[in-house]
Design a protein around this ligand. Structure first.
Ligand SMILES: C[S@@+](CC[C@H](N)C(=O)[O-])C[C@H]1O[C@@H](n2cnc3c(N)ncnc32)[C@H](O)[C@@H]1O
Length: 232
């Protein structure tokens, strides 16, 4: 079974198969356009992946800088977002070590990427969160908005951070960084129950494959948290 790192280095096609089934009710784009006005905005995105979040706002934005650690993922984003290539810059960059850009952004956004830095990092959650925020802050102008999208669980009946380090991180987003939390359903709908088990199992591992097989449904619930506001 591929690790997450291997998926992002070599398996973008399988990754895109997973996210093609996600949020079939399109709740996330509705929320993103309710909490921010993207028209004419300069945006910096971290952990862009294959460009799924970027695609939700790129048309309205005036300029976008897409950072991502894996060239393999970013190459797919270039193709997916080719209609907007005149206004998107693609840069390799780690969430914890982004360069300071010459121009400040109006919006900083990341989707399901900072959580990796928190779970995989060897330091305390507090220390990693501080570094993530410092990296975002250096590229976000005063009055700018940060939008952080992270998981609150897949194949669960209620929203809940799926890892203790994420739970601590999400608490900090609200208590220390004063971001507002929204919770949105981003349920999957696959062509079949078997397909749901194989695709979710490939990404999340064997216990998820088994659990989804037992459920026997092509529709799998998922909860997503969106934290937003000025950076403090
Ligand atoms: C779950 S995917 C999300 C991708 C995209 N934001 C989306 O919504 O589909 C996580 C992405 O974060 C990237 N990533 C993981 N750790 C990273 C880090 N420390 N710095 C930059 N990108 C990272 C991975 O390569 C992967 O593309």
């Amino acid at each position: 079974m591929a690790t997450m790192h291997e998926i992002y280095r070599r398996h973008r096609v399988e990754y895109d198969r997973l996210i093609a089934a996600e949020d079939h009710l399109r709740n996330l784009p509705a929320l993103l356009h309710r909490i921010a006005d993207w028209r004419g905005r300069r945006v910096v995105e971290a952990g862009t992946g294959t460009g799924r979040v970027t695609e939700l706002y790129a048309e309205a934005a005036s300029h976008v800088v897409c950072f991502e650690r894996e060239a393999h993922m970013l190459d797919a984003a270039r193709v997916k977002l080719s209609a907007h290539s005149h206004k998107i810059e693609y840069r390799l960059g780690d969430n914890l070590d982004l360069p300071a850009l010459p121009e400040m952004a109006d919006i900083f956004i990341e989707g399901w990427s900072w959580g990796h830095s928190i779970v995989e990092g060897s330091g305390s959650v507090e220390a990693i969160a501080r570094r993530l925020f410092a990296n975002a802050r250096q590229n976000l102008g005063g009055g700018g908005t940060a939008i952080l999208i992270e998981t609150l669980g897949t194949n669960q009946d209620h929203p809940k951070a799926p890892h203790p380090r994420l739970e601590e991180f999400y608490d900090r987003l609200q208590a220390t960084h004063r971001l507002r939390q929204e919770i949105v359903r981003t349920d999957y709908l696959f062509p079949s129950a078997q397909d749901a088990a194989e695709t979710l199992g490939f990404f999340f591992g064997e216990p998820m494959r088994q659990a989804v097989l037992e459920k026997g449904s092509p529709a799998i619930p998922e909860w997503t948290g969106v934290w937003h506001g000025p950076l403090s």
